[in-house]
Design a protein around this ligand. Structure first.
Ligand SMILES: [Zn+2]
Length: 243
């Protein structure tokens, strides 16, 4: 009887240890911009918000396959004009451990040229392509934000993706790491108002007519999502996920 009891206690103990192997890591995935103020317009005339919402939903679906991330959620799925500064507060109120803002990139006005697509005269720029990663040195946890940014940069490189460097020295953006495509952008409202680690990820340049096609390709989208998941998993567990 005593032996049986000990065995039961041991089994319960090992179960508890197994259940405690991960700590919940809730990610707030912020959909950049809104329906009314949709951000950049792609080379083919599609508003950035739509790209952001699609990628954010894909990332959420990927994260929710992992019990550690099951509590993750979207910020601004309805596309309302939520002020940038209040988005981190929404994330904090729902217990987010990480704030990740999803965007698609543009270029600077003098870099644009014109092309005609389906009878419409539109802006285009095929000079730059690739993702970029922003963090704010003024947010509540800049060291952790930079660590997460580096993890995302490494995961992108390991997925064979190269960053764009066209933001270097523009405005208050400082290129910190050209290999990983990481910029410090201290006054970015959506990041500096966050108390938790916060990163803004630009998936790619939608003003680039060729990159726009890639960014609409489900296999390319999945590559980006998988790299983001890998980086988030590594950040939350301290090690790379096993596949
Ligand atoms: Zn944007």
């Amino acid at each position: 009887m005593a032996a049986l009891l000990i065995m039961v206690v041991c089994l319960l103990g090992s179960g508890a240890a197994a259940a405690g192997q991960f700590q919940e890591c809730r990610v707030a995935i912020d959909i950049g911009h809104s329906l009314r103020d949709p951000g950049a317009i792609s080379a083919r005339g599609v508003p950035e918000y739509r790209f952001n919402r699609h990628m954010a939903r894909l990332l959420l679906a990927r994260l929710q396959q992992d019990p550690q991330f099951r509590g993750s959620f979207l910020v601004n799925e309805t596309g309302e004009a939520v002020p940038l500064a209040s988005r981190p507060a929404i994330a904090a109120a729902r217990g987010a451990a990480i704030f990740l803002s999803i965007h698609h990139d543009s270029v600077y006005p003098e870099q644009l040229s014109k092309w005609v697509y389906q009878g419409r005269l539109l802006d285009v720029c095929d000079l730059f392509s690739g993702h970029s990663i922003f963090f704010s040195g003024k947010n509540g946890n800049p060291e952790a934000s930079l660590r997460l940014a580096r993890g995302i940069g490494r995961a992108m490189r390991q997925a064979g993706l190269r960053p764009t460097l066209h933001h270097a020295g523009r405005g208050n953006k400082v290129l910190l790491d050209r290999e990983l495509g990481i910029y410090a952008f201290d006054n970015l409202a959506v990041l500096k108002n966050a108390d938790m680690p916060a990163v803004l990820f630009e998936c790619g340049v939608i003003k680039n007519s060729q990159e726009e096609v890639k960014l609409c390709d489900p296999s390319y989208q999945q590559r980006l999502v998988e790299a983001l998941y890998t980086a988030l998993k590594e950040y939350c567990t301290g090690k790379r996920p096993a596949f």
